[in-house]
Design a protein around this ligand. Sequence first.
Ligand SMILES: [Zn+2]
Length: 90
Amino acid sequence: MTKPHRALTDQAAERLTLAAEPWLSCDDCFEQIDEYVERLLAGSSAPMPAMRAHLIGCAACREEARSLLLLVAEDEGLDPGPGLRRLTAG
Ligand SMILES: [Zn+2]
């Protein structure tokens, strides 16, 4: 007698997916990095948690975001300080 426990498995899988930390690939990160930097400079206190999570774990993208932040700040005549702090505070 075969009685597959598919329902249970699906439910467990769904719960795992929902509980998972938001995590982007570097490509996803790169696509949103402009917006993220804009938000940091605009003073948004909790911008884009998935991006945050990625940047905390990915030094390459964090460095990319840092460079872009400095570039955009200079371009728009903004003080990069607060945004930089927000970026590196994790
Ligand atoms: Zn990355």
